[in-house]
Design a protein around this ligand. Structure first.
Ligand code: PPE
Length: 307
């Protein structure tokens, strides 16, 4: 999975040299914010999917934690294209990470420098190639999703993924592919690294962001695709048994793309036709094969104004 070069604090460095001090604040206290982005091969070369939307979310995440990013979104956009090209990749995952480096130890993060890296690597289907077709087996985690007054779920911060890791490990140990988490009120929030949609009688439902789910960019893309196809999409609170009764349930996420959920807590659902239709359109858009939303694809030669 490792590639040659990583963009680190303004320059491309050999992957083996992209190192941090063991007293980096982020290593001890989880003080980082990050993004997950994908680039897809198109006729015009690698296109980064909704790059500026991801970088704007990175900026919003950093703002929550008073991390002043030393680079503008336009600089990070160019750096992303640079590191993809430097590694000769057409299709890849892109991981920008801004974190508190080595300054002073102690919880107060404000004296630590902000470091920024962008790494890229080839990353196939997140939950397995087979999962994109037939779906995954999911369990409801016994861990609750972090609440808005614990850690804001809308900021994509490194530390909050300890919550996701607890749920993911529980799912692995219990023989499932993935976990979904309910919030403190008992309503559906997120998967460990995905948003969740359900389909009932041709209507799509997904939790509102007030339910502590990440405002996913794939979630937004699916909203647009589904509405464009004439489906109603609702943001409503969902309880776990709503999912058991659903006609279809699926995950959305940059890494997971659109993955059907085949069963939840051993209630069989199966991969359904509406999920498939949306997934097909999603992949067409990402690969530049659809007339819909060409503005979602960011190419290296584009000007800032067009991005
Ligand atoms: N919820 C969570 C908790 C989450 O981590 C992600 C992305 C999403 C929803 C979907 O958001 P979006 O990618 O904008 O559609 N999870 C990232 C990290 C996965 C990982 O294992 O690392 C991702 O998909 O890149």
């Amino acid at each position: 999975m490792e590639t040659d070069k990583i963009w680190m604090n303004g320059e491309l460095v050999a992957s083996a040299d992209a190192k941090v001090h063991v007293l980096s604040h982020a290593l001890h206290y989880g003080s980082g914010v990050f993004e997950g982005i994908r680039a897809y091969a198109t006729d015009r070369g690698p296109a980064v999917f909704r790059l500026m939307d991801h970088l704007r979310r990175l900026e919003r995440s950093s703002e929550v934690y008073f991390m002043q990013l030393p680079y503008s979104t336009e600089e990070l956009r160019q750096a992303t294209h640079e590191v993809i090209a430097a590694n000769g990749l057409e299709t890849c995952y892109v991981r920008p990470l801004a974190f508190r480096g080595h300054g002073e130890m102690g919880i107060n993060p404000l004296k630590c420098p902000i470091e920024v890296v962008i790494a890229v690597w080839p990353w196939g289907a997140y939950l397995g190639e087979e999962a994109l077709e037939s779906g995954v087996r999911v369990m409801t985690s016994s861990w609750r999703r972090i609440g808005p007054n614990t850690l804001p779920a809308t900021a994509k911060a490194s530390g909050q993924y300890l919550n996701s890791q607890l749920a993911k490990m529980e799912a692995m140990h219990s023989g499932y592919d993935e976990a979904i988490l309910l919030n403190e009120q008992g309503y559906l929030a997120d998967g460990s690294g995905e948003n969740v949609f359900m389909v009932q009688d041709g209507v799509l439902s997904t939790p509102p962001t007030t339910a502590s789910c990440l405002p996913g960019i794939t979630r937004d893309t699916v909203n647009r695709i589904a509405r464009g196809m004439g489906y109603e999409v609702r943001e409503v609170d969902i309880v776990r048994s709503d999912l058991y009764h659903a006609d279809e349930v699926f995950f959305t996420g940059t890494a997971a793309e659109i993955t059907p959920i085949r069963s939840i807590d051993d209630h069989e659902i199966g991969a359904g036709p509406i999920t498939k239709r949306i997934q097909t359109e999603f992949f067409a858009i990402t690969k530049g094969l659809s007339d819909l939303s060409p503005e979602f694809l960011d190419y290296p030669a584009q000007t800032a104004a067009k991005a």
